[in-house]
Structure formats: C-alpha cells, structure tokens
Design a protein around this ligand. Sequence first.
Ligand SMILES: Cc1cc2nc3c(=O)[nH]c(=O)nc-3n(C[C@H](O)[C@H](O)[C@H](O)COP(=O)(O)O)c2cc1C
Length: 333
Amino acid sequence: MKKFFLSLMAMTGVLTMSAQSIYDFKVKDDAGQEVSLADYKGKVLLIVNTATRCGFTPQYKDLEPLYQRYHAQGLEILDFPCNQFGQQAPGTIQEIHEFCTANYGIHFPQFDKIDVNGENAHPLYTWLKEQTGGGDIKWNFTKFLVGRDGKVIKRYESRDEIATIEAEMQMEVNPVLSNIMARRSVRKYIDKPVEHELLETVALAGINAPSAMNRQNWAVRIIEDQQVLADVKGMCRNAPNLICVCAPADGRFDLDAGLMGQNMMLAAQALGLGTCIQTGPIRFLTTDEKAKAFRDCLDIPEGYKLLYVISIGYPDEAPAAKPRDAAKVKYIK
Ligand SMILES: Cc1cc2nc3c(=O)[nH]c(=O)nc-3n(C[C@H](O)[C@H](O)[C@H](O)COP(=O)(O)O)c2cc1C
C-alpha cells in the first residue's frame, strides 16, 4: 500500500514537495537529453517560459543583451518554451530554437517544451510557484530570479520592466552588491574568537570610509581580551569580539562614525563573519557598575562618547532578509 502511494506521489509530481532546492530538479534540453539543474549551482538564474508568437516575444531583444552583459559574471537564462498560453509556442523545440536564433540571435540555452500550469506542469514550475506564493503562471514571459544559493528571489510578471529585473539581478551577480545583499544582523555566534588578522582587515575597511574633510573624527576599540568581554558580553549578543566606535560627544561626527561602521560590517561579511550593530547596550556600557572595568580599558579620548558597538564573530544562525521598502526612494526625472 505504502509503495502504491509513493509511486502515485511520484507520478503526480507530489515529489516536488520533498525537493529541498532547485538543484534537485531535472529538465530536458533541446535534444531531449536530461539535464540536472545541479549543473547550475552557484549561478544566478533567470528562468522564463517563452513563446515565439506572443506579443511579448520581442522581449528576447532584452534578454539576449542581459545574457551578454552578465553571463561571464555568473548569470544563466533558462528558457522553457511553453504552448499553454494562446498556443503561441507551436512547433518542435528545434523549430523554436531556429526561430529564436535567426530572429533574436540568442545564445542562452533553450530547453524542451514544458507545461507550467495544470496537471502536467513540470515539477520545477510547481516548485517555483510554491516558492513565490502559489499562483498559476499568467502568461508567456513570466520570470523567476534565483540567487546563487538556489533560493527564489522574486517572480516577475510578463509586463514587469526589464530594467527593474536587471537592477535586482545585478544585486546578485555583482560580488560587491551581493555582499551588501547578503549581510544580515547576526545575533548568535559560535564560541570562537575571530582571528586577529581578520579584525585588522575589518578595521582597515572601517578607517577607509569617507569622513568630512578626511578628519577621521572617530576612535575605535576592538575588544579581543575575553576577560574584559566577560562582564559585558551578555548585553551584546554574546559575541566573542566587540568593536566599540566612539565619536565626538557633540554629535557633529556621528555620520562619519556610522559610515565607518557599515564599511566594517560589509568587510566582515566578505570575510565570512557575522556582525550586529547595536546602540541598545550603550546605556549599560556607559553607566552600569558591572561595565566599569570594560569602560576603564576603552580609553575613550577626552570629549568623545561611545556611540555604538558592533558584535562580531562566526555566525551560528542565518537570518532571513527583512523586507525593505523601495517606496522610500523616489526618482525625480
Ligand atoms: C543605529 C542602529 C542601532 C541598532 N541597535 C540594535 C540593538 O541594540 N540590538 C540589536 O539586536 N540590533 C540593533 N540594530 C540592528 C537592526 O535591528 C537591524 O539592522 C535591522 O533590523 C535590519 O536587519 P538587518 O541588519 O538584518 O538587515 C541596530 C541597527 C542600527 C542601524
């Protein structure tokens, strides 16, 4: 009985539910050969269901330049012709491929025709839809952006601007931008101090931040001494190391100090370290009796205050990205 259900599940594509990642799926290339999506591990993927006789077919004119610009940096466009929308992808995959190369000079791979909706939907598409809220694919040229870690970043509808897709795709493809996107505040660390040389690299990144007239009105203290840390660690996310950033007490250079903090956090991210900037513990650190020994060793310059701390260490968690509100930005054209 169990066997029967298992084979039934396999037949109906329920197996997609057990797929842990996109790399578990197999598709067929334009010669009918099976291709594992694991071949695309570490790449940024733009997966698109296409048709050759659709009003959106000229989107190939945008897709090919995108591929040309970013393929060397790790972008792959995976094209799945699908005849489910207005029967606008007729013919064999070979005919479709000839059409696309002749008319749009495409260089990215085109896979065998598939269904994206309904009972014969390819398990890849069942999974892609599940990952992005479930709804059926509405039309040709729906796109899914998949990150280097195999997670679906976003689903785009046929009419969504290619410029928006390009901007969001760049955040994954470009190593500096993807580092910015990958940084999260880490609040759980493994019990292992960060190597001194890595802390020096982080500090170097910090002091290379811009500052008004290059005055560098900041003072940074990086605590490696575990005894000093012991008294305050519990208030600072229990990190094995702590970066303390001080700035002139009048607040005129808080901005400069903030910029250096972001430089340090991004450098840490690039080195495989996690960080969390915090102002919450400042009151405790600057006033509490229990933090006195810690305060004494900081040696804060005259007229300076402790502005914020950054806990730093090897992450023991991988927090999901918190939502960001793009509407905070307005373009004055
Ligand atoms: C000025 C400032 C103060 C913050 N103070 C704290 C804090 O006291 N404790 C903490 O856990 N996180 C603190 N954070 C981290 C924010 O909660 C975090 O950056 C924000 O929720 C966005 O999440 P993300 O950093 O993972 O993208 C602070 C961030 C900033 C910029």
